[in-house]
Design a protein around this ligand. Structure first.
Ligand SMILES: [Fe+2]
Length: 288
């Protein structure tokens, strides 16, 4: 299948539009996260932060980030103006491009983050993209999206096609959420965080590792794909993988399950699957 070319998907990072207050917000976010990363983040994330030479006192320029990132894994952070439909997002990962939000949260509400911002995307996600195993895992997610689009495009009945796609996409979204966004990994020092939603949250990174209110279980595909999640409070349930090789093998297995039809009837519930995301898969499949 061809790569989907979306005109104007990527924009130029409007660096000159950042105000002193925006840079100050980055500085405050970064400085308060540092000790928490040292304590709770996966070792590969801590190495990644160093490899990228992220500035501590101002919002990074994406071109500077990419100068360090690209030689390591081929990944690049690319600025986008807003929401990227799901298939397009996964397809970008397959091409080792990471759609990156360039706005920053309001400095008055550092903790409240309904949508991704540049701190979540660059400080939370991109350091993980310096690790070759993790980078391959993201590419694998992109390939899974292509597999999903191809599988459902072969379903003749349009209502059945949409119903099946909704289930497969819900399974993929849950799996992505419980790994790339909120994943935990074993380490010799105990459980550590590799999920970007946790790595960019001052409160939740500690809660995820240390709170007795969180249930932490070894990741099992059948559980994760049937488990709903809500985005407006700390996660009460998190899943642990053994290693990045293990994570990669689980994405492989997810694709095998998809091909075997085992994602076609996952439990209803969160997340809601929106029309734009479904459409992006259907259009991609139509191009087969
Ligand atoms: Fe994210």
């Amino acid at each position: 299948m061809e790569t989907i070319a979306i005109p104007d998907l990527y924009i130029r990072q409007p660096y000159e539009s950042y105000t002193a207050e925006h840079h100050e917000t980055w500085r405050r976010l970064y400085s308060r996260m540092l000790p928490r990363w040292e304590r709770y983040a996966n070792e590969r994330f801590r190495t990644g932060i160093q490899s990228l030479c992220l500035p501590t006192d101002r919002i990074p320029r994406l071109e500077d980030v990419n100068r360090f990132l690209s030689p390591l894994t081929g990944f690049q952070a690319r600025a986008v103006a807003g929401y990227v439909p799901a298939f397009v997002f996964f397809d970008c990962l397959r091409n080792r491009e990471f759609p990156t939000t360039v706005t920053i949260r309001n400095g008055k509400t550092l903790d409240y983050l309904p949508q991704p911002d540049i701190f979540h995307d660059i400080a939370g996600h991109v350091p993980m993209h310096t690790d070759p195993h993790f980078a391959e895992t993201l590419v694998r997610f992109g390939e899974c999206a292509h597999t999903a689009a191809a599988l459902v495009s072969a379903i003749r009945d349009s209502a059945e096609r949409v119903r099946t796609l909704t289930s497969i996409f819900r399974a993929m979204a849950r799996f992505f959420w419980f790994t790339i966004e909120f994943g935990l990994m074993r380490s010799p020092d105990g459980v550590r965080v590799y999920g970007s939603g946790l790595l960019s949250s001052f409160g939740e990174i500690e809660h995820a590792v240390a709170s007795p209110d969180v249930q932490r279980y070894p990741l099992e595909i059948e559980w994760a794909i049937n488990q709903g999640f809500e985005i407006d409070h700390y996660q009460p349930l998190l899943f642990i993988v053994d290693s990045f090789d293990h994570l990669y093998s689980l994405v492989d297995e997810l694709e095998r399950w998809m091909k075997a039809g085992k994602l076609n009837h996952v439990a209803p519930g969160e997340p809601e699957v929106n029309e734009v995301d479904l459409q992006s898969f259907l259009e991609a499949g139509g191009g087969l």
